[in-house]
Write a protein that binds this ligand. Structure first.
Ligand code: PLP
Length: 447
Protein backbone atom coordinates (compact mmCIF):
# COMPACT_ATOMS: atom_id res chain seq x y z
CA UNK A 1 0.00 0.00 0.00
CA UNK A 2 1.18 3.55 -0.71
CA UNK A 3 2.78 5.55 2.12
CA UNK A 4 0.14 8.32 2.29
CA UNK A 5 -3.49 8.38 1.20
CA UNK A 6 -5.44 11.49 0.17
CA UNK A 7 -9.21 11.81 0.19
CA UNK A 8 -9.41 11.62 -3.61
CA UNK A 9 -7.52 8.30 -3.59
CA UNK A 10 -9.70 6.33 -1.17
CA UNK A 11 -13.21 5.07 -0.42
CA UNK A 12 -12.69 5.96 3.25
CA UNK A 13 -14.51 9.03 4.53
CA UNK A 14 -11.59 10.70 6.32
CA UNK A 15 -11.81 13.11 9.22
CA UNK A 16 -9.97 15.90 7.38
CA UNK A 17 -10.81 15.87 3.73
CA UNK A 18 -7.76 17.91 2.73
CA UNK A 19 -5.11 15.83 4.47
CA UNK A 20 -2.80 13.10 3.16
CA UNK A 21 -2.90 10.36 5.81
CA UNK A 22 0.29 8.35 6.43
CA UNK A 23 -0.34 4.62 6.59
CA UNK A 24 0.87 2.93 9.77
CA UNK A 25 1.74 -0.67 9.06
CA UNK A 26 2.89 -1.92 12.48
CA UNK A 27 3.85 -0.91 15.99
CA UNK A 28 6.21 -2.20 18.61
CA UNK A 29 6.50 -0.68 22.07
CA UNK A 30 6.48 3.10 21.63
CA UNK A 31 7.42 2.95 17.96
CA UNK A 32 5.04 3.15 15.02
CA UNK A 33 6.18 2.25 11.53
CA UNK A 34 4.72 3.58 8.29
CA UNK A 35 4.46 1.48 5.16
CA UNK A 36 7.52 3.26 3.71
CA UNK A 37 9.60 2.36 6.77
CA UNK A 38 9.49 5.68 8.65
CA UNK A 39 9.63 5.19 12.43
CA UNK A 40 7.57 7.48 14.65
CA UNK A 41 8.09 7.80 18.39
CA UNK A 42 4.66 7.60 19.96
CA UNK A 43 4.47 10.05 22.88
CA UNK A 44 0.68 9.96 23.16
CA UNK A 45 -0.20 6.25 23.36
CA UNK A 46 -1.48 5.92 19.81
CA UNK A 47 -2.49 9.61 19.60
CA UNK A 48 -5.54 9.29 21.85
CA UNK A 49 -3.99 8.30 25.22
CA UNK A 50 -5.06 4.69 24.74
CA UNK A 51 -2.13 2.34 24.06
CA UNK A 52 -0.76 2.52 27.62
CA UNK A 53 1.19 -0.76 27.34
CA UNK A 54 2.75 0.20 24.02
CA UNK A 55 2.07 -1.55 20.73
CA UNK A 56 2.42 -5.22 19.84
CA UNK A 57 2.28 -6.86 23.29
CA UNK A 58 1.91 -10.49 22.24
CA UNK A 59 0.40 -11.81 25.48
CA UNK A 60 -2.59 -9.49 25.08
CA UNK A 61 -3.04 -10.58 21.47
CA UNK A 62 -2.80 -14.22 22.60
CA UNK A 63 -5.42 -13.72 25.33
CA UNK A 64 -7.73 -12.18 22.69
CA UNK A 65 -7.15 -15.10 20.32
CA UNK A 66 -7.81 -17.70 23.05
CA UNK A 67 -11.10 -16.01 24.01
CA UNK A 68 -12.17 -15.57 20.38
CA UNK A 69 -11.65 -19.29 19.80
CA UNK A 70 -13.69 -20.21 22.87
CA UNK A 71 -16.46 -17.66 22.34
CA UNK A 72 -16.08 -14.07 21.20
CA UNK A 73 -19.55 -12.67 21.41
CA UNK A 74 -23.03 -13.01 22.73
CA UNK A 75 -25.42 -10.38 23.95
CA UNK A 76 -25.30 -9.32 27.56
CA UNK A 77 -29.08 -8.94 27.65
CA UNK A 78 -29.56 -12.68 27.96
CA UNK A 79 -26.39 -14.11 29.56
CA UNK A 80 -23.30 -13.32 31.52
CA UNK A 81 -19.77 -14.68 31.06
CA UNK A 82 -16.65 -15.45 33.05
CA UNK A 83 -14.41 -12.63 31.65
CA UNK A 84 -17.09 -10.03 32.41
CA UNK A 85 -17.59 -11.34 35.97
CA UNK A 86 -13.86 -11.57 36.66
CA UNK A 87 -13.05 -8.18 35.16
CA UNK A 88 -15.76 -6.50 37.24
CA UNK A 89 -14.37 -8.17 40.40
CA UNK A 90 -10.84 -7.11 39.54
CA UNK A 91 -11.85 -3.48 38.87
CA UNK A 92 -13.77 -3.29 42.16
CA UNK A 93 -10.80 -4.89 43.93
CA UNK A 94 -8.60 -2.03 42.70
CA UNK A 95 -11.22 0.68 43.27
CA UNK A 96 -13.02 -0.64 46.35
CA UNK A 97 -15.02 2.54 47.05
CA UNK A 98 -17.09 1.58 44.01
CA UNK A 99 -19.64 -1.23 44.19
CA UNK A 100 -20.71 -2.09 40.64
CA UNK A 101 -19.35 -2.03 37.09
CA UNK A 102 -21.23 -1.72 33.82
CA UNK A 103 -19.10 -2.23 30.73
CA UNK A 104 -19.33 -0.24 27.50
CA UNK A 105 -17.31 -0.01 24.29
CA UNK A 106 -16.01 3.55 24.44
CA UNK A 107 -15.80 6.78 26.36
CA UNK A 108 -18.85 8.47 24.85
CA UNK A 109 -21.02 5.42 25.52
CA UNK A 110 -19.78 5.21 29.10
CA UNK A 111 -20.40 8.91 29.73
CA UNK A 112 -23.91 8.78 28.28
CA UNK A 113 -24.55 5.75 30.46
CA UNK A 114 -23.36 7.73 33.50
CA UNK A 115 -25.77 10.59 32.72
CA UNK A 116 -28.62 8.10 32.42
CA UNK A 117 -27.59 6.25 35.56
CA UNK A 118 -27.63 9.52 37.54
CA UNK A 119 -31.09 10.29 36.16
CA UNK A 120 -32.39 6.79 36.94
CA UNK A 121 -30.97 6.99 40.47
CA UNK A 122 -33.07 10.09 41.17
CA UNK A 123 -36.11 8.84 39.27
CA UNK A 124 -36.18 5.56 41.17
CA UNK A 125 -35.98 7.44 44.46
CA UNK A 126 -39.06 9.44 43.45
CA UNK A 127 -37.20 12.65 42.52
CA UNK A 128 -38.56 12.73 39.01
CA UNK A 129 -37.88 16.42 38.47
CA UNK A 130 -34.12 15.91 38.68
CA UNK A 131 -32.67 15.77 35.17
CA UNK A 132 -30.39 18.71 34.59
CA UNK A 133 -26.64 18.32 34.38
CA UNK A 134 -24.13 21.03 35.23
CA UNK A 135 -20.59 20.77 33.89
CA UNK A 136 -17.59 23.01 33.50
CA UNK A 137 -17.18 24.38 30.00
CA UNK A 138 -13.85 23.65 28.32
CA UNK A 139 -13.91 19.89 28.58
CA UNK A 140 -14.26 16.95 26.25
CA UNK A 141 -16.59 14.11 27.17
CA UNK A 142 -17.24 12.51 23.79
CA UNK A 143 -18.75 13.07 20.40
CA UNK A 144 -22.27 11.68 20.67
CA UNK A 145 -24.93 14.38 20.94
CA UNK A 146 -25.47 13.75 24.66
CA UNK A 147 -21.79 13.88 25.57
CA UNK A 148 -21.07 16.78 23.22
CA UNK A 149 -23.68 18.71 25.16
CA UNK A 150 -21.67 18.13 28.35
CA UNK A 151 -18.75 20.08 26.93
CA UNK A 152 -19.57 23.77 27.04
CA UNK A 153 -17.51 24.44 23.96
CA UNK A 154 -20.08 26.23 21.87
CA UNK A 155 -17.68 27.57 19.24
CA UNK A 156 -15.03 24.92 18.82
CA UNK A 157 -16.91 21.63 19.30
CA UNK A 158 -20.68 22.08 19.26
CA UNK A 159 -20.96 24.20 16.14
CA UNK A 160 -23.09 23.60 13.99
CA UNK A 161 -24.92 21.01 16.09
CA UNK A 162 -25.96 23.23 19.00
CA UNK A 163 -29.63 22.83 18.05
CA UNK A 164 -29.46 19.17 19.04
CA UNK A 165 -27.94 19.74 22.47
CA UNK A 166 -29.97 19.13 25.62
CA UNK A 167 -30.26 22.23 27.82
CA UNK A 168 -27.48 21.44 30.26
CA UNK A 169 -25.92 24.20 32.26
CA UNK A 170 -22.25 25.15 32.18
CA UNK A 171 -19.93 26.99 34.45
CA UNK A 172 -16.66 28.57 33.33
CA UNK A 173 -13.91 26.13 34.28
CA UNK A 174 -11.51 26.75 37.10
CA UNK A 175 -8.18 27.32 35.32
CA UNK A 176 -4.79 28.56 36.56
CA UNK A 177 -5.29 31.73 34.52
CA UNK A 178 -8.95 32.56 35.17
CA UNK A 179 -9.67 31.09 38.59
CA UNK A 180 -6.56 29.93 40.43
CA UNK A 181 -8.32 29.53 43.80
CA UNK A 182 -11.42 27.67 42.57
CA UNK A 183 -13.67 30.24 44.26
CA UNK A 184 -15.06 31.68 41.03
CA UNK A 185 -16.09 28.25 39.81
CA UNK A 186 -17.97 27.70 43.08
CA UNK A 187 -19.73 31.06 42.70
CA UNK A 188 -20.68 30.08 39.17
CA UNK A 189 -21.92 26.73 40.41
CA UNK A 190 -24.15 28.50 42.93
CA UNK A 191 -25.44 30.73 40.15
CA UNK A 192 -26.18 27.73 37.91
CA UNK A 193 -27.91 25.84 40.75
CA UNK A 194 -30.08 28.87 41.44
CA UNK A 195 -30.88 29.38 37.76
CA UNK A 196 -31.87 25.72 37.34
CA UNK A 197 -33.60 25.35 40.68
CA UNK A 198 -31.38 23.03 42.74
CA UNK A 199 -34.03 20.32 43.01
CA UNK A 200 -34.01 19.89 39.21
CA UNK A 201 -30.29 19.09 39.12
CA UNK A 202 -29.36 15.46 38.66
CA UNK A 203 -25.58 15.59 38.34
CA UNK A 204 -22.41 17.61 38.25
CA UNK A 205 -20.21 16.09 35.53
CA UNK A 206 -16.48 16.79 35.23
CA UNK A 207 -12.97 15.49 34.78
CA UNK A 208 -11.10 15.42 38.11
CA UNK A 209 -7.83 15.94 36.24
CA UNK A 210 -8.31 17.34 32.79
CA UNK A 211 -7.03 15.40 29.77
CA UNK A 212 -7.05 17.05 26.35
CA UNK A 213 -8.84 20.26 27.34
CA UNK A 214 -6.26 21.49 29.86
CA UNK A 215 -3.89 18.54 30.23
CA UNK A 216 -2.98 17.48 33.79
CA UNK A 217 -4.80 20.39 35.44
CA UNK A 218 -7.04 19.87 38.45
CA UNK A 219 -8.85 22.67 40.30
CA UNK A 220 -7.47 23.42 43.78
CA UNK A 221 -8.71 21.56 46.88
CA UNK A 222 -11.00 24.47 47.78
CA UNK A 223 -13.11 23.68 44.73
CA UNK A 224 -13.51 20.01 45.66
CA UNK A 225 -14.43 20.85 49.27
CA UNK A 226 -16.99 23.39 48.01
CA UNK A 227 -18.40 20.85 45.56
CA UNK A 228 -18.79 18.30 48.38
CA UNK A 229 -20.65 20.87 50.52
CA UNK A 230 -23.05 21.62 47.69
CA UNK A 231 -23.65 17.95 46.87
CA UNK A 232 -24.51 17.37 50.53
CA UNK A 233 -26.82 20.39 50.63
CA UNK A 234 -28.64 19.96 47.32
CA UNK A 235 -28.61 16.19 46.71
CA UNK A 236 -27.23 15.96 43.17
CA UNK A 237 -24.67 13.27 42.33
CA UNK A 238 -21.17 13.84 41.00
CA UNK A 239 -19.89 11.94 37.96
CA UNK A 240 -16.17 11.86 37.17
CA UNK A 241 -15.08 11.32 33.59
CA UNK A 242 -11.88 9.29 34.00
CA UNK A 243 -11.89 7.89 30.49
CA UNK A 244 -8.31 9.12 30.11
CA UNK A 245 -7.10 9.47 33.70
CA UNK A 246 -8.42 6.12 34.97
CA UNK A 247 -6.42 2.87 35.12
CA UNK A 248 -3.03 4.28 36.00
CA UNK A 249 -2.44 7.18 33.63
CA UNK A 250 -1.84 9.69 36.46
CA UNK A 251 -0.02 7.27 38.77
CA UNK A 252 -3.01 5.90 40.67
CA UNK A 253 -5.89 3.67 39.59
CA UNK A 254 -8.16 6.72 39.54
CA UNK A 255 -7.36 10.43 39.45
CA UNK A 256 -10.03 10.65 42.17
CA UNK A 257 -7.53 8.96 44.50
CA UNK A 258 -5.38 12.09 44.30
CA UNK A 259 -8.00 14.70 45.12
CA UNK A 260 -10.08 15.25 48.25
CA UNK A 261 -13.39 14.14 46.80
CA UNK A 262 -15.28 10.84 46.33
CA UNK A 263 -17.48 10.76 43.23
CA UNK A 264 -20.74 8.78 43.09
CA UNK A 265 -20.22 7.59 39.52
CA UNK A 266 -16.98 7.23 37.53
CA UNK A 267 -16.31 6.33 33.93
CA UNK A 268 -13.07 4.67 32.83
CA UNK A 269 -12.01 3.66 29.36
CA UNK A 270 -8.90 4.07 27.32
CA UNK A 271 -6.30 2.32 29.52
CA UNK A 272 -8.69 -0.53 30.30
CA UNK A 273 -8.52 -1.95 26.76
CA UNK A 274 -5.09 -0.36 26.12
CA UNK A 275 -5.85 -0.17 22.41
CA UNK A 276 -6.23 -3.95 22.02
CA UNK A 277 -10.03 -3.77 22.13
CA UNK A 278 -12.71 -1.08 22.43
CA UNK A 279 -13.57 -1.17 26.14
CA UNK A 280 -14.86 1.25 28.77
CA UNK A 281 -16.89 1.04 31.97
CA UNK A 282 -19.16 2.93 34.33
CA UNK A 283 -18.56 2.38 38.05
CA UNK A 284 -20.91 3.45 40.80
CA UNK A 285 -21.00 3.47 44.56
CA UNK A 286 -23.34 1.28 46.60
CA UNK A 287 -26.03 3.92 47.23
CA UNK A 288 -26.45 4.52 43.49
CA UNK A 289 -26.88 0.81 42.81
CA UNK A 290 -29.20 0.39 45.81
CA UNK A 291 -31.56 3.11 44.54
CA UNK A 292 -32.20 1.04 41.41
CA UNK A 293 -32.24 -2.26 43.31
CA UNK A 294 -34.90 -0.91 45.64
CA UNK A 295 -36.66 1.02 42.86
CA UNK A 296 -37.43 -0.17 39.35
CA UNK A 297 -34.91 -3.04 39.55
CA UNK A 298 -33.96 -2.20 35.98
CA UNK A 299 -31.36 -0.09 34.21
CA UNK A 300 -32.68 -0.30 30.74
CA UNK A 301 -29.91 0.63 28.39
CA UNK A 302 -27.36 -1.36 26.53
CA UNK A 303 -25.09 -1.34 23.55
CA UNK A 304 -24.44 -4.43 21.47
CA UNK A 305 -20.90 -5.07 22.77
CA UNK A 306 -21.36 -4.20 26.48
CA UNK A 307 -19.67 -6.83 28.64
CA UNK A 308 -19.08 -9.27 25.77
CA UNK A 309 -16.51 -12.05 26.39
CA UNK A 310 -13.86 -10.88 23.92
CA UNK A 311 -13.31 -7.29 25.14
CA UNK A 312 -13.56 -8.34 28.79
CA UNK A 313 -10.93 -11.08 28.30
CA UNK A 314 -8.64 -8.45 26.79
CA UNK A 315 -9.34 -6.14 29.75
CA UNK A 316 -8.29 -8.94 32.12
CA UNK A 317 -5.05 -9.52 30.21
CA UNK A 318 -4.34 -5.77 30.29
CA UNK A 319 -4.88 -5.64 34.06
CA UNK A 320 -2.66 -8.72 34.53
CA UNK A 321 0.08 -6.96 32.59
CA UNK A 322 -0.23 -3.65 34.46
CA UNK A 323 -0.17 -5.38 37.83
CA UNK A 324 2.58 -7.88 37.07
CA UNK A 325 4.90 -5.14 35.80
CA UNK A 326 3.86 -2.73 38.61
CA UNK A 327 3.18 -0.09 35.97
CA UNK A 328 1.01 2.18 38.12
CA UNK A 329 3.91 2.46 40.60
CA UNK A 330 6.29 3.15 37.74
CA UNK A 331 4.07 5.95 36.39
CA UNK A 332 3.68 7.49 39.87
CA UNK A 333 7.40 7.34 40.63
CA UNK A 334 8.74 8.35 37.20
CA UNK A 335 6.12 11.03 36.41
CA UNK A 336 7.60 13.91 38.45
CA UNK A 337 11.05 13.41 36.92
CA UNK A 338 9.55 13.31 33.44
CA UNK A 339 7.79 16.60 34.08
CA UNK A 340 11.01 18.12 35.42
CA UNK A 341 12.94 16.93 32.34
CA UNK A 342 10.33 18.42 30.05
CA UNK A 343 10.27 21.75 31.94
CA UNK A 344 14.08 21.94 31.86
CA UNK A 345 14.18 21.23 28.12
CA UNK A 346 11.60 23.95 27.42
CA UNK A 347 12.88 26.60 29.78
CA UNK A 348 14.43 28.80 27.05
CA UNK A 349 11.18 28.91 25.09
CA UNK A 350 9.18 32.15 25.14
CA UNK A 351 6.14 30.27 23.96
CA UNK A 352 5.63 28.02 26.98
CA UNK A 353 3.28 29.39 29.61
CA UNK A 354 3.17 26.39 31.89
CA UNK A 355 4.33 22.77 32.01
CA UNK A 356 2.03 20.52 34.04
CA UNK A 357 2.24 16.84 34.84
CA UNK A 358 0.46 14.10 36.73
CA UNK A 359 2.06 10.72 36.25
CA UNK A 360 2.37 10.10 32.52
CA UNK A 361 -0.15 12.80 31.57
CA UNK A 362 1.69 15.99 30.70
CA UNK A 363 0.46 19.31 29.40
CA UNK A 364 2.16 22.35 27.92
CA UNK A 365 0.22 25.62 27.62
CA UNK A 366 1.42 27.69 24.72
CA UNK A 367 1.43 31.49 24.94
CA UNK A 368 2.19 34.43 22.68
CA UNK A 369 6.00 34.88 22.74
CA UNK A 370 5.56 38.66 22.46
CA UNK A 371 4.30 38.98 26.03
CA UNK A 372 4.75 35.46 27.43
CA UNK A 373 1.17 35.26 28.68
CA UNK A 374 -1.65 35.91 26.15
CA UNK A 375 -3.17 33.10 24.09
CA UNK A 376 -1.65 32.80 20.64
CA UNK A 377 -3.82 34.34 17.91
CA UNK A 378 -6.61 31.98 16.90
CA UNK A 379 -5.82 32.09 13.18
CA UNK A 380 -2.31 30.71 13.73
CA UNK A 381 -3.75 27.40 14.97
CA UNK A 382 -0.50 26.70 16.78
CA UNK A 383 -1.80 23.31 17.99
CA UNK A 384 -1.90 21.95 14.44
CA UNK A 385 1.49 23.47 13.74
CA UNK A 386 2.93 21.61 16.75
CA UNK A 387 1.45 18.26 15.70
CA UNK A 388 2.65 18.70 12.10
CA UNK A 389 6.17 19.79 12.96
CA UNK A 390 6.45 17.02 15.58
CA UNK A 391 5.41 14.50 12.96
CA UNK A 392 8.10 15.77 10.58
CA UNK A 393 10.56 15.02 13.41
CA UNK A 394 9.16 11.52 13.87
CA UNK A 395 7.20 12.28 17.04
CA UNK A 396 3.50 11.77 17.79
CA UNK A 397 1.95 14.25 20.23
CA UNK A 398 -1.60 15.47 20.54
CA UNK A 399 -2.55 19.14 20.71
CA UNK A 400 -5.81 21.02 21.24
CA UNK A 401 -6.77 24.40 19.86
CA UNK A 402 -9.60 25.74 21.96
CA UNK A 403 -8.88 29.47 21.83
CA UNK A 404 -12.32 30.29 20.30
CA UNK A 405 -14.06 29.25 23.54
CA UNK A 406 -11.98 31.73 25.54
CA UNK A 407 -11.02 29.55 28.51
CA UNK A 408 -7.77 27.99 27.28
CA UNK A 409 -5.46 28.53 24.32
CA UNK A 410 -3.31 26.02 22.48
CA UNK A 411 -2.44 23.04 24.66
CA UNK A 412 -0.08 20.19 23.91
CA UNK A 413 -0.53 16.81 25.53
CA UNK A 414 2.03 14.07 26.02
CA UNK A 415 0.82 10.73 27.31
CA UNK A 416 3.51 8.09 26.79
CA UNK A 417 2.92 4.39 27.33
CA UNK A 418 3.46 3.30 30.95
CA UNK A 419 6.06 0.89 29.60
CA UNK A 420 8.27 3.59 27.99
CA UNK A 421 11.92 3.15 29.00
CA UNK A 422 13.99 6.01 30.45
CA UNK A 423 15.84 6.33 27.14
CA UNK A 424 12.60 6.51 25.21
CA UNK A 425 11.20 9.16 27.54
CA UNK A 426 14.37 11.21 27.13
CA UNK A 427 14.14 10.89 23.36
CA UNK A 428 10.51 12.10 23.49
CA UNK A 429 11.55 15.16 25.52
CA UNK A 430 14.41 15.91 23.14
CA UNK A 431 12.30 15.58 20.01
CA UNK A 432 9.56 17.68 21.57
CA UNK A 433 11.95 20.43 22.57
CA UNK A 434 13.32 20.52 18.97
CA UNK A 435 9.75 20.63 17.72
CA UNK A 436 8.82 23.56 19.90
CA UNK A 437 11.90 25.50 18.87
CA UNK A 438 10.90 25.07 15.22
CA UNK A 439 7.28 26.02 16.01
CA UNK A 440 8.43 29.15 17.83
CA UNK A 441 10.56 30.21 14.85
CA UNK A 442 7.63 29.62 12.49
CA UNK A 443 5.21 31.47 14.76
CA UNK A 444 7.50 34.47 15.21
CA UNK A 445 7.65 34.91 11.43
CA UNK A 446 3.87 35.09 11.28
CA UNK A 447 3.29 37.45 14.23
C1 PLP B 1 -11.95 12.79 28.83
C2 PLP B 1 -12.61 12.05 27.71
N1 PLP B 1 -13.87 11.62 27.86
C3 PLP B 1 -14.52 10.95 26.87
C4 PLP B 1 -13.91 10.71 25.66
C5 PLP B 1 -14.67 10.00 24.56
O1 PLP B 1 -14.22 8.74 24.35
P1 PLP B 1 -14.56 7.95 22.98
O2 PLP B 1 -13.84 8.68 21.91
O3 PLP B 1 -14.03 6.58 23.24
O4 PLP B 1 -16.04 7.96 22.80
C6 PLP B 1 -12.59 11.14 25.46
C7 PLP B 1 -11.91 10.89 24.17
O5 PLP B 1 -10.84 11.35 23.90
C8 PLP B 1 -11.93 11.85 26.50
O6 PLP B 1 -10.68 12.32 26.32
Amino acid sequence: MQATVRADETSVFPRFLDLAYPNIERGEGVWLETSDGQRILDASSGGAMVACLGHGVSEIAEAAARQAEQIAYFYNHHFTNRPQEELADRVIGLIPEMARVKFASGGSEANETAVRLARTYHFDRGHRQRWRVISPAQAYHGSTLGTLALSGRRRSLQHPYAEYMPAYLHIPPSTPRLDPTGEKALEELDRALKEAGPDTVSAFFCEPISAAALPAYSPPDRFWHGLAERREKYGFVVCFDEIVTGMGRVGSWLAAHQIPFEPDIVTIGKGLGAGYTPLAAVLCREHVYDALAEGSAEFDLGHTWDGAPLPCAVGLAVLDYIERHKLVDRVRERGPELKAQLAAALKESNMVGEVRGRGFLLGISLVDPRDGKSFLPHELDAATLVDDIAFERGLLVSSTHSTPDGFAGDEVLLAPAYTSTDDELEEMVERFSDTLEAVENAVKKKL
